[in-house]
Write a protein that binds this ligand. Structure first.
Ligand code: DAH
Length: 346
């Protein structure tokens, strides 16, 4: 039986030598060390041998078994090392490669403008309030001294919503002044607030009109508020947004919810008052409507106009970045063309 063992050892080792991939190792193990292998059979048959034979053959068989097991182990180890080296090479990072730039989003120019305006008014003590885009006729018109049939309604072509009920008339708000009507009803003076948001007019788009655009309304209510407070606040705003020495002009205008009403203009940013195409040769650019809140509007909010006075203003937000950056078509803000939007770095 000894020569048989010797043969087994030689062929097992030479077979193992030839193994080139881990799956073959398993087949080899089954064949030479498995339950049905020749070696196991020999070890099992030891019982039938004489004590001397048993001693000699047993020792030899066990020695071969040990040898095969350790050789197998080191072969497995070698395969593992090769695999690890391969993996590491595959996953290694070439730190000399130039980095891939990651695309970072930025804020929409209108969002940037709203944020900037909010900061300016916040620093003057105004709180920021929001109201619903879908508004009741009452807050958009009635409470602002614009009853049904009032001609002012015609200047704000409205998108009405079919509520099915005549007494619950609703529309997409035509101005953020609707939010000030809500605030007057809910809050007690002193009040200082601004309301930024989207407004809607039922009209066709062109370079200066879109059916949806952005406004900010402002409101201050307290004892003893005068026109001088209104002018001071809006001067300060113009200085902060358009620059220190920007000239400002107030002229009378009419809005049903203020009395007196004014329109505020700034000196033309292109020609500085000389007269050019942008300002229509007048030298001035109108940027907002404002005025002293109408007593009737205060009364609607249960505020006594004998005790409290108030000023209000409303700015079209799109106008401001258009003037500052020389944007000549309002539709750019809503077309979502990245080539346009990317120009406005935060
Ligand atoms: N709501 C007006 C508009 O959309 C703008 C306006 C004018 C708002 C005067 C005001 C104001 O608060 O006092 O045309």
């Amino acid at each position: 039986m000894l020569p048989e063992l010797e043969n087994l050892r030689t062929s097992a080792l030479s077979e193992l030598e030839k193994v080139t991939a881990p799956p073959e190792l398993d087949a080899w193990r089954v064949r030479y060390l498995g339950k049905k292998s020749d070696l196991t059979n020999i070890l099992r048959s030891l019982a039938g041998l004489t004590p001397e034979e048993k001693k000699e053959v047993g020792a030899q068989a066990n020695q071969i078994k040990g040898l095969l097991e350790t050789t197998l182990k080191s072969k497995e180890e070698a395969f593992r090392t090769i695999e690890l080296t391969r993996q590491t090479a595959k996953e290694s990072i070439d730190i000399t490669l130039p980095g891939r730039p990651s695309t970072v989003g930025r804020l929409h120019p209108l969002t940037q403008t709203v944020n900037e305006l909010c900061e300016i008014f916040k620093s003057m003590g105004f709180a920021i309030v929001e109201g619903p885009d879908v508004e009741m006729d009452y807050y958009n018109f009635e409470a602002l001294n614009i009853p049904a049939e009032h001609p002012a309604r015609d200047t704000m072509s409205s998108s009405w919503i079919d509520t099915g009920e005549q007494e619950r008339k609703m529309l997409l708000r035509t101005h953020t002044t609707s939010v000030t009507a809500r605030v007057l009803e809910k809050m007690k003076p002193p009040i200082r607030m601004i309301a930024p948001g989207k407004v809607y007019r039922y009209e066709a788009s062109d370079a200066t009109h879109t059916p949806m655009f952005h406004q900010i309304d402002g409101l201050a209510v307290d004892k003893g508020i005068t026109m001088a407070d209104l002018k001071g606040t809006l001067y300060e705003f113009a200085r902060r947004y358009f620059g220190e020495d920007r000239k400002v002009r107030f002229r009378t205008d009419f809005f049903p919810f203020v009395e007196p009403g004014v329109e505020m203009a700034i000196e033309c940013i292109v020609c500085h008052g000389e007269g050019c195409r942008l300002c229509g040769t007048t030298g001035w650019i109108e940027i907002m409507g404002a005025g002293m809140t109408h007593p009737e509007v205060l009364r609607r909010g249960n505020i006594d106009p004998e005790e409290y006075t108030s000023f209000a203003f409303g700015i079209g937000i799109n106008r401001l970045p258009m003037l500052r950056y020389g944007i000549d078509d309002i539709r750019n803000f809503y077309a979502n063309d990245l080539r346009f939007l990317k120009q406005f770095q935060v």
